[in-house]
Design a protein around this ligand. Structure first.
Ligand code: ITT
Length: 216
């Protein structure tokens, strides 16, 4: 059981991490630091490690844990864009711009077959504990919605519909109704508990906790 300082400028991320970690007995504290620089890198892990390096001087107690995380939305028909450029794409294109881009591809008859709207969220979480640095990864398969849907969540949540999951929490076959489903709604239209069953963020945190040998 640890005090976990989560360095992020995104309160939605803190709420999701707390929702998963606090029932396991951990305390999640939002660490907001001005002036953290996110390098423009090809890999989420590079960005996460760079943030961890900058933040470690701000850890109030050496026995506490420090968590950072970097995530992105990877759209298949756009060859993985926006990916590591997700923050920039959200603040420039926005959700409506992303939908327009995909609709344009559709009208140009490019990538028309099944792959057109397939997408995934990926997250890399980096955790510093007194035992060392651990890296956890999580992926959430899904597709881009036909239109913006829902008022909750943050970022690209209003345009992302996760793939249903089977009983073991694995993605169901496309077109097959899974045991866990948002029934075609986006992450912005479901509560944090249901998003957490699918989310790249929860999966990255579970990956970390498994490496530490603590309950996931
Ligand atoms: P940090 O301070 O932790 O970096 P951030 O919001 O900039 O917060 P990222 O760089 O990890 O987070 O995320 C890149 C973009 O992807 C950003 O615009 C997020 O809003 C978006 N994003 C990340 N995770 C998401 C999720 O679970 N749902 C929707 N959008 C997400």
């Amino acid at each position: 059981m640890a005090r976990i300082h989560f360095l992020t400028g995104n309160e939605g991320k803190v709420a999701e991490a707390a929702h998963h970690l606090e029932p396991l007995g951990h305390e999640v504290i939002h660490l907001a630091i001005e002036g953290i620089v996110e390098p423009q890198a090809e890999e989420l892990e590079t960005v996460a490690r760079a943030k961890l390096d900058q933040a470690k001087a701000h850890l109030p107690d050496a026995n506490d844990w420090l968590l950072v995380e970097d995530a992105g939305l990877f759209v298949e028909a756009l060859d993985g864009f926006p990916g590591v450029y997700s923050s920039y794409a959200l603040s420039t294109l926005g959700n409506h711009g992303l939908l327009r881009l995909l609709d344009h591809l559709h009208s140009e008859d490019l990538h028309v077959e099944a792959g057109l709207r397939r997408a995934e969220f990926k997250a890399v979480a980096a955790l510093m504990t007194p035992e060392g640095v651990f890296i956890g990864e999580g992926t959430c398969l899904g597709r881009i919605a036909p239109a913006v849907d829902g008022e909750g969540g943050f970022g690209f949540d209003p345009v992302f519909i996760p793939r249903d999951l089977d009983l073991s929490g694995q993605p169901a076959e496309i077109g097959v109704q899974g045991e866990v489903s948002t029934h075609g709604r986006t992450f912005a239209a479901v509560d944090v508990d249901l998003k957490g069953k699918f989310s790249h963020r929860t999966r990255a945190l579970k990956d970390l906790l498994a490496q530490l040998g603590t309950p996931e």
